[in-house]
Design a binder for this molecule. Structure first.
Ligand code: NOJ
Length: 552
């Protein structure tokens, strides 16, 4: 079914493997690369995804669980070593699975040898590799910038008498991408992983790397509560005009794209950026005006969206409208930084959300455990790990990072049954919510995800067809306001997706008589002919209906 003219990152389903939490092969209570290799058949065959982003694998003192990298060209020994990584690439590629790794360009660890050198003296050759600045005349930091994780974004270095900038923790100093030698060293990091055969990079904080050269103060945010995303405490008190998204960032990603292109003749490589920007034209700018920057800036919009049709509809239509010509969209409901969709929306609603994710135009990205309906796990205070949560109570990400639930046995099959301590506690309900149990239940969450993925792969209209929302007529016939209905069409194939966001029965009446074919219901209990003049949807039900070839 896959069209050779379309690239793997357009036709594939992505899956985030949070390495610490996916599968612990060596029984130390923490996931590892050998564990990921063990589960490749599950990923490629049982579930049917096409690309895995193996997250946060580099050596790190773990101040921010791997996003404080102390060596960009090695693997954290807790997870394995470079030969283990090579084995993962080889085994994944043997199964047709692509492998994406992190690229963390905005900051390193303060334990990275580059930073240790940089802070050793003002005249060190690597001084300029990081963001150093003098204090103001009263000794205060160079400007008012605040850290995403709370507190000032500047840390005083007594030995050299200057401040250094950190967008996140003080243990994560920001790199200076205006320094050509730093840029070249970071491009060498990319070359290192491309040489080992990775298919792509997920670029952490890609919009943060270039700041205002004049270090101007950020203005106050007049509406701090009005966040398009989750509330971030003190960080929301400013408009981030000067500490991120400087226009010069685009030149860097254009050059990075050229680097990837130079490796793509026989193996197409791609860059996906973490862009926490919710103004769609600004977000879309990261594709590049000529599609010459990131292949896809990851879109995080669905994660913050309230469960109501008009919000989702406005979001998808806004994203579609903002795309430069030829750009390929993408969506995700979950990642390891965010509350899980089954908790945000509820179990029944999360099934409908899954149908949305896997039927929209654009690459879907799932996060480990989403496919079995994992929910947030409440973490007792003494087991909390995430420094963000320890600094800003309530914002910790541990509840979304708990071990994957593979079976109903001890340690949920994440680790050996006799492993005494897992790095985070398991979900209380894992004996019911796990891969093994759900595989045996024909209507489970997991079987819904499997069916949706299989359906997407089998239908060109879902894979690369156009997207067209269907509006309700203002009469009794039409689309009720609690339903999100859209068409996907490729060639002669036309597929209607109707999603009931409410808990009540709804009746979708289309202007076309005739009979369609109900391909899938989120309840997984009906298939067959569907009269298009009136499709009735049960509460929290979504359906995929293949239409006859004539116009709707
Ligand atoms: C995004 C990562 O996913 C998150 O875990 C991390 O804390 C920040 N970027 C900073 O690197």
């Amino acid at each position: 079914m896959i069209d050779a003219n379309r690239l793997w990152w357009q036709t594939g389903v992505f899956y985030i493997v949070y390495t610490r939490s996916f599968k612990d092969k060596n029984g130390d209570g923490v996931g590892d690369l050998a564990g990921v290799v063990e589960k490749l058949d599950y990923l490629s065959q049982t579930l049917g995804v096409d690309a895995i982003w193996v997250a946060a694998i580099y050596p790190s003192p773990m101040a921010d669980f791997g996003y404080d990298v102390s060596n960009y060209t090695d693997v954290l020994p807790l997870f394995g070593d470079l030969p283990d990584f090579d084995e993962l690439i080889a085994q994944a590629h043997r199964r047709g699975l692509k492998v994406i790794v992190d690229y963390v360009p905005n900051h390193s660890s303060d334990q990275h040898p580059w930073f240790i050198e940089s802070r050793s003296s003002r005249t060190n050759a690597k001084r300029d590799w990081y963001m150093w600045a003098d204090s103001r005349s009263d000794g205060s930091p160079p400007n008012n910038w605040v850290s995403v994780f709370g507190g000032p974004a500047w840390e005083w270095d007594k030995a050299t008498g200057q401040y250094y900038m950190h967008t996140f923790l003080k243990e994560q100093p920001d790199l200076n991408w205006r320094c050509p030698a730093l840029k070249e060293a970071m491009f060498d990091v990319a070359r290192f992983w491309l040489g080992r055969g990775v298919d792509g990079f997920r670029i952490d904080c890609a919009h943060h790397i270039i700041k205002d050269p004049l270090l101007r103060h950020n203005p106050p945010n007049p509406a701090p509560a009005d966040t398009a995303y989750k509330p971030l405490g003190e960080y929301d008190s400013q408009l981030h005009l000067y500490d991120r998204e400087h226009p010069d960032v685009h030149a860097v990603w254009r050059e990075f794209r050229q680097l990837l292109d130079s490796y793509s003749a026989t193996q197409p490589r791609a860059a996906f950026g973490e862009i926490h920007v919710f103004d769609w034209p600004k977000w879309a700018a990261y594709y590049g005006q000529r599609l010459d920057e990131l292949h896809m800036p990851f879109n995080l919009g669905l994660i913050g969206a309230k469960w109501e049709v008009r919000t989702f509809r406005r979001l998808v239509d806004g994203i579609e409208a903002a795309l430069p010509p030829g750009a390929w969209p993408n969506y995700m409901l979950n990642n390891f930084d965010e509350s899980r969709s089954a908790t945000r929306y509820g179990q029944a609603q999360a099934r409908v959300a899954a149908m949305l994710l896997l039927t929209l135009r654009g690459t879907p990205t799932l996060c480990y455990g989403e496919e079995i309906g994992m929910t947030n796990v409440s973490i007792p205070p003494e087991r909390q790990q995430d420094p963000f949560g320890l600094r800003v109570p309530g914002l910790g990400r541990d509840p979304y990072r708990t071990p994957m639930q593979w079976n109903p046995g001890p340690n949920a099959g994440f680790s050996a049954p006799d492993t005494p301590h897992l790095w985070l506690p398991l979900a209380v309900g894992y004996r019911e919510v796990n891969v093994e149990t759900e595989l045996a239940d024909p209507t489970s969450f997991l079987n819904l995800y499997r069916r949706l993925i299989a359906c997407r792969k089998a239908m060109p209209a879902l894979l690369w067809g156009d997207y067209r929302p269907v509006d309700g007529a203002p009469s009794v016939d039409g689309v009720p306001e609690d339903c999100y209905v859209y068409l996907r069409q490729a060639g002669d194939q036309r597929v209607l997706i109707a999603l009931n966001f409410s808990a009540h029965e709804q009746y979708v009446a289309l202007p076309s008589p005739g009979l369609g074919r109900l391909v899938l219901s989120t309840h997984l209990d009906r298939q067959g002919g569907a009269f298009l003049a009136g499709i009735s949807l049960r509460g929290n039900e979504g359906v995929i209906v293949e239409l006859p070839a004539e116009d709707l």
